[in-house]
Design a protein around this ligand. Structure first.
Ligand SMILES: Nc1ncnc2c1ncn2[C@@H]1O[C@H](COP(=O)(O)OP(=O)(O)OP(=O)(O)O)[C@@H](O)[C@H]1O
Ligand SMILES: [Mg+2]
Length: 264
């Protein structure tokens, strides 16, 4: 193929892709998505559309340092949360390695930033699935593809397409009971799912009408991880610190830690 033919073909492909984007997104969103994400990410998104996982993308609900979360809909009209990781952040890579190295599941993996991010995303998906199956309340995982994670949308009861608030902004009405529930989740997670969340705090717990959902599972590690116990104690301390500020007589974090690791 000549260079000109190649160029024409590429332009044609870009036009086709742009049309596809327009079909699943509104105009403003197409522009922001194109600016923020690379072609591989857009292709991964089309695959999810072709596989009928996603029907339409609505707006961004959160723009973090590492990922954006979108409100989307499936072909049946059910709300979805689509978390898309940025693929080019060196800082993120440094922070992430700590959770991946030492985990037997990731002994043999490619170390390019892009592949690490794909790995991170699939790890978040697997962690969600394990936690979900163990009965911990989390958004139901639906699919992961490259740097895109699709899950159930935990919406506010006030407005469709708006996430339920985090407990830092909407503290539980019965904080004693809420603390009990969270500590039990930590226990079940460790003893049944054999996971430690490792980034648990009031920033990663949503409150939907007094039902608490734990989100943001990328950092979670298996209990064999060399730092699992350190992460576990940190999670417990974060949680008890938050609830003691709400006036709860919280137990000693070390006691809770011992209760968790000793099992039933
Ligand atoms: N399943 C979901 N349903 C509804 N909203 C969600 C869902 N998952 C995440 N969100 C929204 O996106 C925000 C960020 O999600 P998450 O904590 O998983 O990402 P993050 O990488 O930690 O982002 P940040 O850097 O902003 O903390 C949440 O605080 C919540 O508002
Ligand atoms: Mg978070």
């Amino acid at each position: 193929m000549s260079d000109i033919e190649k160029k024409l073909r590429r332009l044609e492909m870009e036009r086709v892709e742009k049309d596809r984007l327009k079909r699943i997104m509104d105009k403003d969103l197409v522009e922001t998505v194109e600016q923020v994400f690379d072609r591989m990410t857009l292709l991964a998104l089309y695959e999810l559309v072709n596989d009928r996982v996603i029907e339409v993308m609505h707006g961004v609900v959160s723009q973090g340092k590492e990922a954006r979360v979108y409100w989307a809909e499936d072909p049946q009209g059910k709300d979805l949360a689509v978390k898309i990781y940025y693929t080019a952040t060196a800082e993120f890579k440094k922070g992430m390695l700590k959770y991946i190295e030492g985990d037997p599941r990731f002994r043999r993996v490619r170390r390019s930033t892009r592949h690490l991010i794909y790995l991170w995303c699939s790890k978040e998906f697997r962690n969600l699935k394990t936690a979900y199956e163990a009965g911990v309340k989390v958004p139901k995982p639906i699919r992961s593809n490259k740097n895109i994670l699709v899950m159930e949308f935990i919406s506010s009861s006030m407005e469709r397409g708006k996430p339920a608030p985090l407990i830092k902004d909407a503290p539980p009405e019965d904080p004693d009971k809420a603390l009990d529930i969270i500590l039990n989740y930590i226990y079940v997670l460790y003893n049944k799912a054999e996971l430690v969340h490792a980034d648990l705090s009031e920033y990663n717990i949503m409150n939907r009408d007094e039902e608490l959902y734990i989100i943001d599972w990328g950092s979670a590690v298996r209990i064999e991880h060399p730092h699992a116990d350190e992460f576990l104690l940190r999670d417990i301390k974060n949680v008890t610190r938050f609830f003691s500020k709400l006036g709860v007589q919280t137990p000693d974090p070390v006691k809770v830690y011992e209760w968790v690791i000793e099992g039933s």
